[in-house]
Design a binder for this molecule. Sequence first.
Ligand code: PCD
Ligand code: CU1
Length: 807
Amino acid sequence: MNDMTPTREQREARLEGMGCKRKRVEDIRFTQGKGQYVDDIKLPGMLHGDFVRSQYAHARIKRIDATKAKALPGVVAVITAEDLKPLGLHWMPTLAGDVQAVLADGLVSFQNQEIAFVVAENRYITDDAIQLIEVEYEEQPVIVDPFRSMAPDAPVLRPDLAGKTVGAHGPRKHHNHIFEWTIGDKPATDEAFRQAEVTIKEMISYHRTHPSPLETCQALASFDKIKGELTVYGTFQAPHVIRTVASLLSKIPEHKIHVIAPDIGGGFGNKVGAYAGYICAIVASIVTGLPVKWVEDRMENLSTTSFARDYHMTAEIAATKEGKVTGLRVHVLADHGAFDACADPSKWPAGFMNIVTGSYDFPVAHLAVDGVYTNKAPGGVAYRCSFRVTEAAYCIERAMDILAQKLGMDPADLRMKNFIRREQFPYQSALGWEYDSGDYHLAMQKAMDTIGYRELRAEQKARQEAFKRGETREIMGIGVTFFTEIVGAGPSKNCDILGVAMFDSAEIRIHPTGSIIARMGSKSQGQGHETTWAQIIATELGIPADDIMIEEGNTDTAPYGLGTYGSRSTPVAGAAIAMAARKIKNKAQMIAAHLLEVSEYDLEWDIDGFRVKGNPERAKTMKEIAWAAYNSPPPGLEPGLEAVNYYDPPNMTYPFGAYFCVMDVDVDTGVAKIRRFYALDDCGTRINPMIIEGQVHGGLTEAFAIAMGQEIKYDETGNVLGASFMDFFLPTAVETPRWETDFTVTPSPHHPIGAKGVGESPNVGGVPCFSNAVNDAFGFLGSTHIQMPHDAWRIWEAAKRLGLHAV
Ligand code: PCD
Ligand SMILES: [Cu+]
């Protein structure tokens, strides 16, 4: 070896593979304003479409008069439900097995519902035309409170379903009832409660909120009459699913539809569903023969395209005096708004809410969920939690704190006492999941030691005494949370969307010079897949990440995949990438054996190529092998070096984490100051620690927003009150606390590289942690549960209720 030969460490570092804090390659274009988003795409002759929307939350439409609008120069078309009827497109199926009006069909059921689609030469004319359309309404009684929805005398919210006693998920109990979903052993759980020494019961509400990505939902449809082909650019988290849905609805053959999701300015679950705007843009392009663009504004986004949460959970825990949990009973009242347009795998009407047993070893449990209609926007998307997992985590983490309070036990100690132990994995939960792996005690202990938990409790005690003596008006809260996430939907045995199993895919092609293009069925919305997917391939194939181009989002070139949400990309597409790479590696080994004139079995892998066992001087790098694959393939072997993998995961992955929040609450102003926030995450094998840290920062910021003020509120008559950033809390750098991050590593035993998802975890664990901190602050004053969101006004009101304000 001469001095120029790189060391093994140098060869390894050059790859920038898994575990490397590789800089995000996509940021080169994003930070220079060079990303290409839907609204950047301009096609010749392009028209603009936008909606006439309902001012009422519930009303019959007696008349729509578009005469004046149509007469306005520049207006090309006005489309109403009547125009969609002959095409059979005035209603569309939802992902949850319900139907949803694309344009109001004689009735509006939530404020800002789409009534007519106006198409004009530009946005300004579209807007003017919208003002000229006259709609005559007849107001109907409104229901916004899910607890009143199933009253015997409640108005019928969905006349189109009149007489339907069975819905997509079984029998309906009432005209505003959607489904009841139950799971678990009810008799055994009831028995546990009869035997229990201690029980708690609390109604824990997780309010309605919205993912509100920076870029709103948008689509640009272009129908080519000559070829009979449709091209749709759009903000799609799942482009292939959109293509399949578009084909089924429009009857255009799937191969003649090209769906392209270009750069996306944040998705957070908002861009999973199919919206009226997509369909209307497509129909308008077919009708006019010109490209039609639809771009939502902020108010439309917040008030119509989806919402998240709105789960009202009554939780009960049974336990022994010593604090061992013996049973869990949860009933959820789920407010779905006007249509059930939840984005969950088909068989899961309440998502994975049955992860509600959390990180604890509950011998028995029972969960029942009732979905109801109200006069609010439809949706029910994830918003950074895979399918109702934040709701479940919030429910159990709040309930465990309430139990600790009742028992007079420390909430961290209560958790430690009930954790699933390391040796119990794979662990079968009482509500049907098989948790793949975990070491909860280790993570919790590390977190407690790092934050100095006991000292903080001692400080809190002293501060409480000082408060009681009247020396301070500030109270201190310590939020403790230990969450278990469930991500990687999912195994074909229990996960599908519209009948398509939730596998994912990767296609890797090595070029003769040893550089690579790889395409996946996933679609980044900012997560950094172009960076991290290349890192997986770099480690697997020994080609530097910089020589690998990742492409996603074009249904013509990418293999079929179910898209990116529910932190499924790493568990599913990430596995497909490793498996495709391994197929290539097998072939590469045969080529290397041929080149080195030895048997395949005499070769071993070494960082960036194969070497002869016991004779490491004789070796071929992957680059040399790539050239040989095209130049001199072994006789009988196909030339070329590429592979495709479709990965059907055997199980979900179960990331987890221990979060702690320290806050000081001023009881006179209701202002809560976050002193510290510490987040320990375990997502198994870490692909890019810097991206993980960024994901955790982003997720915690969203959790902070949700817990501390973000809300889509309605007044009694169904006016949406949170439809602009004046009212909807979106934290900036000013409000956002400083985040401390940490980790442990428990690889997933069934994933080819042992990785679990991480993008959603900080939201799943963050929301309960903030809320537990607020509740913990007030606990010593006799309060058990204060509902979210914890904005200053509500905290002030809570203090007032507790008699802390002088009258
Ligand atoms: N172990 C590990 C894991 C992970 N990772 C990384 O991290 C990330 C993430 O991942 P995940 O977890 O797998 O996930 P995804 O699938 O990819 O994604 C999704 C998510 O993601 C998150 N994040 C984010 N970011 C951004 N920037 N943007 C956005 O939008 C967003 N969104 C959000 C959400 S909401 Mo849903 O939809 O609600 O369901 S779901 C979600 C990527 O890059 C990866 O690669 C690493 O590195 N490692
Ligand atoms: Cu989610």
